[in-house]
Design a protein around this ligand. Structure first.
Ligand code: ADP
Ligand code: MG
Length: 329
């Protein structure tokens, strides 16, 4: 098989029709898209590198899903609706069984979001997947990191930390009962990008970000961009780890600090963190309901810079949490 056979067999849909906003897809030097009048194009790239972002023996179906999911999560964070994506792929060799599974996982998620593969590049090299997504959002309605205001509520969607627990279990650092690991592993390997929630929050949320490196680090990006600080209630956030509610505490590996660390420094959650004024509480709940995505109010934006954690009685929590950094030692 040549590079062109791979593209034709695994990354070109049959019949290859232009659809929606896409005038020309895979097969020419450029794809062509006609944006809807009045919309802005939202563009984002994310790269997955073997050994860095995933284990070399991860299920190729799950990998195809995740490579697109992490990109769709960025569109969700901006309130953009997915339109199309490109796929730049380095493969160590042509393994047809692997390619079949990878492209199935990729297209299953792409089809669920009406997002068309419109081009890319294919080369030989260490396994590396880089996707660029294109989405649309009505002009000036994109959710940005910079819009949080003093007094706004802070929310997160879904659950946090389960992907981190799965990673630690797969690395042999902790033990999880098989059925709990299976669920947590789905969160790690096949995250659900919160696209429906993101678009439902247009005109409601004052700022938003997707949580890929852990809540503390990603919330800090909102705080910095908006020039504000925040207070977050750990009594609420500690309950955000779905797996922890079902773990046997008597084994001693999940004390309070460990749970908080899992929530705040976990990473790979692909949930949304966002802010909205208290006057929008009903609207936020309506957006959560219409998108079938649970949201939890975890704190409030304050004027003083920095993130302050408090416990249920309002006392400061002194533990420090860090976010994930690819270049940290
Ligand atoms: P060029 O030489 O102009 O860069 P290529 O020969 O690399 O073009 O690719 C041929 C066509 O196949 C182009 O339309 C390109 O966008 C598309 N393509 C290449 N790799 C992929 C891929 N992994 N997925 C989807 N489309 C791809
Ligand atoms: Mg090329």
């Amino acid at each position: 098989m040549t590079e062109f056979d791979v593209i034709a067999r695994y990354f070109t849909r049959q019949p290859q029709q232009a659809a929606g906003l896409v005038d020309v897809g895979v097969g020419d030097d450029c794809a062509l898209i006609t944006p809807t009048p009045g919309m802005q194009l939202a563009v984002s790239s994310d790269m997955l590198v073997v050994g860095r972002h995933f284990f070399h023996d991860v299920s190729p179906y799950a990998l195809g899903h995740k490579a697109l999911a992490v990109n769709l999560s960025d569109l969700a964070a901006c309130g953009a609706k997915p339109v199309a994506f490109t796929l730049a792929l380095a493969l160590p060799s042509i393994d047809e069984a692997w390619l079949q599974q990878f492209s199935s996982g990729l297209f299953a998620l792409a089809d669920a979001h009406g997002c068309a593969l419109i081009g890319g590049d294919t080369t030989q090299g260490p396994l590396n997947i880089c996707i660029t997504v294109f989405g649309e959002v009505p002009r000036d309605q994109a959710l940005l990191r910079s819009g949080a205001q003093v007094g706004d509520d802070i929310y997160v969607s879904g659950t946090l930390g389960d992907a981190r627990l799965a990673l630690e279990a797969l690395q042999g650092k902790i033990e999880l009962p098989p059925e709990i690991l299976a669920q947590a592993r789905l969160r790690l390997e096949q995250p659900s990008p919160r696209v429906a929630l993101g678009t439902a929050l247009r005109g409601i949320a004052s700022s938003a970000i997707d949580i890929s490196d852990g809540l503390v680090g990603d919330l800090a990006h909102i705080l910095k961009s908006s020039g504000v600080g925040a207070q977050v209630n750990t009594e609420i956030t500690i309950n955000l780890v779905a797996a922890c509610a079902r773990i046997d505490w008597s084994k001693g590996q999940f004390d309070t600090l460990k749970q908080l660390k899992t929530v705040f420094s976990g990473g790979d959650d692909y949930e949304l963190a966002f802010t909205a004024p208290p006057s929008a509480r009903q609207a936020v709940l309506a957006a959560a309901t219409s998108s079938q995505t649970p949201v939890t109010r975890i704190g409030v934006i304050q004027a003083a810079p920095g993130l302050r954690l408090i416990d249920g009685s309002g006392k400061p929590v002194t533990a420090q949490f860090t976010s994930f950094d690819h270049f940290a030692a």
